[in-house]
Ligand binder design. Sequence first.
Ligand SMILES: *[C@@H]1O[C@H](CO)[C@@H](O)[C@H](O)[C@H]1NC(C)=O
Ligand SMILES: *[C@@H]1O[C@H](CO)[C@@H](O)[C@H](O)[C@H]1NC(C)=O
Ligand SMILES: *[C@@H]1O[C@H](CO)[C@@H](O)[C@H](O)[C@H]1NC(C)=O
Ligand SMILES: *[C@@H]1O[C@H](CO)[C@@H](O)[C@H](O)[C@H]1NC(C)=O
Ligand SMILES: *[C@@H]1O[C@H](CO)[C@@H](O)[C@H](O)[C@H]1NC(C)=O
Ligand SMILES: *[C@@H]1O[C@H](CO)[C@@H](O)[C@H](O)[C@H]1NC(C)=O
Length: 238
Amino acid sequence: MDLRLLAALGALLCVCCSIEEGSAYTFRTFMGAEIAATAISSSAVVQRPCECRALCRDACLAVAIRRLLPGHFHCSFTEQKIAFTNSLVIPAPDSRVFYKRQGCLVNFTLVENVGFIYVSTVALNFTAASASCPCNSQLFTADSLVDFDAMREYLLKNANSSSTDLWIGLTRTSNITTWKWFGNGSIQAVHPSPYWGKNDPDNDSDCARILLKPSAGYFYHVADSKCSNPFKFLCKQM
Ligand SMILES: *[C@@H]1O[C@H](CO)[C@@H](O)[C@H](O)[C@H]1NC(C)=O
Ligand SMILES: *[C@@H]1O[C@H](CO)[C@@H](O)[C@H](O)[C@H]1NC(C)=O
Ligand SMILES: *[C@@H]1O[C@H](CO)[C@@H](O)[C@H](O)[C@H]1NC(C)=O
Ligand SMILES: *[C@@H]1O[C@H](CO)[C@@H](O)[C@H](O)[C@H]1NC(C)=O
Ligand SMILES: *[C@@H]1O[C@H](CO)[C@@H](O)[C@H](O)[C@H]1NC(C)=O
Ligand SMILES: *[C@@H]1O[C@H](CO)[C@@H](O)[C@H](O)[C@H]1NC(C)=O
């Protein structure tokens, strides 16, 4: 591709798609490093570092970014697997390397209004599930009812009989009426509630799952459950 076209594409991806957040990849940073000349597959000059990362597409595994004056950045792309321990990365004080964590988000799905979501294939108790969300994700939390409903809607569309109970990041506090999301926020145990199923919480357990049980009116609504029960679990990229 023509170099100027490439730079224009980088700028576009960078602006339009806020690629830094929406990208299917996350990057690990090596400060003070660059890619050895023999490993460089192509290069480009752009105006912002994020354009370099946006241009690291398809076969590109890593990009080194070096500031050029004034207000320009040089990107070197490689399609080879690099690591600090191999000779493809060399020290360079004015440069940094962004290494694509490939495959990390392979099994995550982007759900509108929610983010990247992962449904486990194994069933674990709540404690083990909390510790098993892959790739920097954590058990699902809803920042608002909009998020919660978007999540339910997605699961309903993609529901199958093997995932009717999913642990989420919600636990009971010492105040029996208050349930706290991992991180921030809480919901009250009240009825009617857009969160809780009609028979929940029944106040004998501390952990929360979402439950699909149409016969009881549960369409991935929240239900409490004994933390020792093994369920599959729903994770969200942070
Ligand atoms: C993605 O899911 C498939 C099927 O469950 C599994 O074989 C594979 O190891 C998973 N990949 C990652 C990166 O977790
Ligand atoms: C059902 O969901 C599980 C994940 O919970 C998935 O691995 C499986 O492929 C799904 N089955 C169908 C038929 O979609
Ligand atoms: C529990 O929390 C609710 C809602 O914040 C509050 O109205 C109630 O007084 C609290 N109960 C106790 C025992 O602290
Ligand atoms: C979480 O709560 C703390 C304390 O209430 C607050 O300072 C912080 O801004 C909150 N963070 C988010 C992401 O809402
Ligand atoms: C659980 O506790 C809440 C708050 O005390 C109460 O409103 C609700 O009726 C209780 N649920 C059951 C099933 O006992
Ligand atoms: C949860 O599962 C883990 C791993 O299987 C086990 O070590 C732990 O004792 C279990 N905890 C509870 C509370 O059941």
